[in-house]
Design a protein around this ligand. Sequence first.
Ligand code: ADP
Ligand code: G6P
Length: 474
Amino acid sequence: MGSNEGKHNLIIVSNRLPLSIKRVDGTYESSISSGGLVTALSGLTKSTQFRWLGWPGIEVKSNKDREEVSRTLNEHDATPIFLDSGLAHEHYNMFANRILWPILHYQSGVVFDDGPWQAYRRVNELFAAAIAEAAETGTLIWVHDYHLMLLPELLRNRLYEKNKHCAIGFSLHTPFPAGDFWRNLPVRKHLLEGLLSSDLIGFHTDEYKQNFQDTCAKIPNQIRYKNRLVCVGKFIVGIDPQKFAHTLQNPDVQDRIRSLEERYKDVKVIVGVDRLDHIKGLTQKLKGFDSFLEDYPELRDKIILIQVAVPSREDVKEYQELETELSTLAGKINGKYATPDGTPLLYMHRSVPFTELTALYSVADVCLLTSTRDGMNLVSFEFVACQEKRQGVLVLSEFAGAASFMREGSISFHPANTTEMSEALYAALKLDPDERRRKYEYLRDFVNTHTSAKWGQTFIEKLSQRCRQPGKAC
Ligand code: ADP
Ligand code: G6P
């Protein structure tokens, strides 16, 4: 994966691999996985070489089929860790996405269930066994995200048994909530202990890092646990802006941009791209947009909101219910405001190809992101990377991790306040050109400085120091 400037022997571990495998008509098909974690790690591949281990997203039973899936993934330097479908379902859908994910994002009403928790432990154990086998002394092991919070501890034990000395890093791609909320999870102590076997733990913002440290109730930046020093840091994740710049040069993308510009020449385009997930505040977005159309009737036929809701975690009941709610809301809004000349809302519940996504970002005048909580939100970075020409406006929820870095370059609002959202949209559409340019330049500089490559290299460098000098103060 990429040229090896990285001198390190590096293993990356995440639940989601860069390719997701599906079985269609008796054959295995792969597609690029969506989500910020894959985007950030894929952005690292140009500068850093690594092996990527994770779950292929599907149960594969026979040895012959496992070989086929492994071959496909190996072409992308990824190695599958196979899981039975029942176990994967309990781990991924029932614990990681129905219990842990909502708690990490401050959602109330989560019901703890011991069965899924046991599956979560089991999957973390299976991962630990596979990685301890793949690692050698000196390997840097970088574990990602909430699906694998027990892994650092289980892995450290396995490595110890095998007499392999490796440094273990962990990065969380979600918020880490305030201690009082985290307490809602009865197994929180086990998860913390799991994490604290890492040498280095990374969060996206100061707030998440602080919440974690407050929960561990220890001194800034370092925690002593079982007589080992654990370093904690903020590492700002980003994208690969050049990938977008190159894609925008592609003649087919240029054609597509021209055709979209022609299609929408009489209206301002507002774009939204989100996985279909509660934390993205899509219900709030549609309600806020409804308010906006109500508040500014003179703009109804002068704007369009193009909302891409990428299907996600479709086996989880809450995600299915959200999909039904959103399509009903979208239908209501269009029923209310559509005229024979058009509709103010274009709601797409599907995944769009990367080239189409790039063209869409590029023709938009405004990007509206309404997360109720969000680890970072890389869509905000991608919009900026595609706006060199148009210099559009980012309207960003104050609850996205990105808002703690982008406030000065964006228009910020509270996603539960429809009036605030409506006013923020209006302000974005009417923004003075000089102010728009100033804001855009601020964002562009931030996105170009905080790339995924820089994020990865900074983390790996720090982890490598921990490997060389585990006892040194952080
Ligand atoms: P999250 O990680 O919660 O989904 P982010 O905004 O951080 O939120 O990241 C979403 C990522 O998913 C972005 O990089 C976006 O480009 C990517 N994405 C969106 N649609 C698709 C798609 N159809 N295929 C692959 N990736 C996609
Ligand atoms: C978020 C999580 C990632 C996850 C992604 C997509 O970004 O932090 O760990 O991979 O969403 O979700 P999925 O469930 O499809 O992996």
